[in-house]
Design a protein around this ligand. Sequence first.
Ligand SMILES: CCCCCCCCCC/C=C\CCCC(=O)SCCNC(=O)CCNC(=O)[C@H](O)C(C)(C)COP(=O)(O)OP(=O)(O)OC[C@H]1O[C@@H](n2cnc3c(N)ncnc32)[C@H](O)[C@@H]1OP(=O)(O)O
Ligand SMILES: Cc1cc2nc3c(=O)[nH]c(=O)nc-3n(C[C@H](O)[C@H](O)[C@H](O)COP(=O)(O)OP(=O)(O)OC[C@H]3O[C@@H](n4cnc5c(N)ncnc54)[C@H](O)[C@@H]3O)c2cc1C
Length: 661
Amino acid sequence: MDKNNERECNEDLIRERRKCNFNIEELTNIVDGGKARTARRREIQRLLINDPEFLDEIPQDYMSHEDRYSNELRKSAHLMQKLADQESGHDIHQDIGALTGILKDGNPLMVHLSMFIPAILGQANSEQQEKWLGRSLRNEIIGTYAQTELGHGTFVRGLETRATYDPTVEEFVLHTPTITATKWWPGGLGKTCNYCVVMAQLYTQGRCYGPHPFIVQLRDEETHRSLPGITLGEIGPRLGLNSNDNGFLKFENHRIPRTNMLMKHSQVLKDGTYVKPLHNKLSYGTMMLVRVGIVGACSRSLQYAVTIATRYSAVRHQSEIVPGQPEPQILDYQTQQYKVIPQIASVFALIFSARSLSKIQSSVTAKLKDGNTDLLPELHSLSSGLKALSSSDASWGVEVCRLACGGHGYLASSNLPRTYTGTTCAITYEGENTVLLLQVARYLIKSYRSIGKETGASSVSYLADQTSLASSSSSFSNKALVQAFKLSALSLVAEAEARLQKLCDMGQEFYHAWNYCSVLLLKCAEAHTRYYICEKYEQTVDSLKASEGVKNVLQSLCRLYLIYHITLTHGDFLKCGALTPRNIAVLEGEMCDLLAVLRPQAVSIVDAFDIPDELLGSTLGCWDGNVYQRLYDEALKSPLNKTDVPDAYYKYLLPLMKSSL
Ligand SMILES: CCCCCCCCCC/C=C\CCCC(=O)SCCNC(=O)CCNC(=O)[C@H](O)C(C)(C)COP(=O)(O)OP(=O)(O)OC[C@H]1O[C@@H](n2cnc3c(N)ncnc32)[C@H](O)[C@@H]1OP(=O)(O)O
Ligand SMILES: Cc1cc2nc3c(=O)[nH]c(=O)nc-3n(C[C@H](O)[C@H](O)[C@H](O)COP(=O)(O)OP(=O)(O)OC[C@H]3O[C@@H](n4cnc5c(N)ncnc54)[C@H](O)[C@@H]3O)c2cc1C
């Protein structure tokens, strides 16, 4: 689509774009993380969208279960080949964002890229990397990450798969002792992968040392047949991601060499002696890494959904605001603005916190190389909290965007249903959100109780700021609003700690008290993580070197985000005295003013997300706004429209209609 050719574009969208008062390209660079990143993303996307191999012969929704898998595997394999053919020197994981939308519904090689290779990088020692990293990067072997079992996903310590060391032949025996020990869910496990990283309980010298990672060959490298002692299969249709072959796996006393235990952090020596790691949760490192990646991935899903909803809201006319006047664009309704524009604001919140988290991860990783694990708990807490809030915010945001598109948003061709199912899964996988938030709460309570001890963990240093509890601010600057979030989080943590202590003082065991307070603890974790996001948003926008137009837009979006979230949880702000009822009323009024300020810029802001139509894949969100023709053309692709009278009519309807004659 030629974006300079206004003749092909919907009139409303032309008018919207003429209202733009900032530099779109500059905002695009901010979204991408710099000019060079924008250029790289566009280069990759051009390479993909001009390639006919990525086209589907018929829309996926009309394909059989097998054809969907096969079609997506064809495209995934082609994509991997294309990326491998690219000039070297690029980190494929940096480029993952650029691929959003090219593979439509959970591709079979995703976990190879996002977990198997990272597991080798993070858990294998240098000899093991020598053996498996190059081969997996060259796609000579394809792997997955097999941790979850039928009986246990959340509680990793409860996994039942065993890896028992046999020193006489220097091998581990992998075994699935019960039906509940069957590995269940791993992406690509069913039919695609020939290797995997398996998390299994390590037994040596008669003792269990807990879950550890092992690399296991699953299928013959020539015939692709499952190896003896291994049962593999696919788990069946899911809410979404149905082009993937999420699988199951059972071991029947399957033997692997000792050197297949991934030994970067802990080892089993030839005689069976166990050498423990520097920190006993280092074997959970792959999960932590992916949690960080999920924050960025969620921001991208939301960019897709809100681009669709915003453009559609500009094109769609319905009802009337002024009686008897022409039907307005639905974007003119304040309630529609309230659905869509906070989601735009949310995109930037997620982008900026993903970037901040990623920096922290790099510095923790660098420290780990020197054997320093001090900041691992801080990274665990932040990555857990941000994974949880980003996935729930984005899922809710995508759903709101679908609702904002009325009936047409329910159509597969809008691409909103698939965007939703592809986002909401992140609430569950890589650590179910409630469970991760309770990990954050655990860290908060522990940090609160150790106030005064220097831990170097900056995200919780505010818990020591007891004086702020008594002070409510009369100023309404963005910084002051962030302070209000801080106060709310601090007061919730203080309340939860006091409640826990009271129950313990009354004679309850700590773990029962914990369970009894866990709804409140969840709120603490959410408030703490929200405060983190708000603080990063405010700081990033404040310190940004940008033109006035871009800065104004981002300031307004940031302010909208802060006020929107205050209004959603205003009870917490009132309860701790951070804000008064009057303050809340004033802020609610200001939120509506901000919606009005941002409304004329909304289409241009989503244009700055710069998502090509071919990747957006939506009848409602296309750049030219030619919505109705696209809806009609897509409907014509339904196989039911191949004939006027379907066979089913003769088989079922006709006999029914004639039965009473
Ligand atoms: C490379 C970038 C790619 C980006 C791409 C993004 C898109 C990705 C698409 C991928 C597609 C699909 C992927 C899906 C894959 C999966 O789902 S894999 C399976 C994931 N499973 C889980 O996440 C399980 C969740 N459960 C857990 O993590 C643990 O069981 C849990 C942390 C909940 C508890 O562990 P326990 O061992 O029971 O620990 P506790 O007793 O609760 O706590 C003891 C202390 O340990 C601390 N802890 C826990 N985890 C960590 C950690 N990772 N690091 C550091 N510390 C940790 C905990 O805080 C306790 O500390 P304390 O004693 O309080 O001081
Ligand atoms: C699309 C998809 C892809 C996946 N891919 C992979 C993969 O590649 N590899 C892999 O190994 N796994 C994979 N998984 C599995 C995934 O990691 C698990 O489903 C996830 O970790 C949740 O575990 P669970 O299913 O055991 O849920 P459960 O833990 O059984 O959760 C059920 C309910 O119990 C609650 N609950 C559980 N424990 C607690 C607690 N301690 N405190 C309070 N509430 C609790 C939860 O909050 C939830 O409401 C995938 C899952 C999905 C949906």
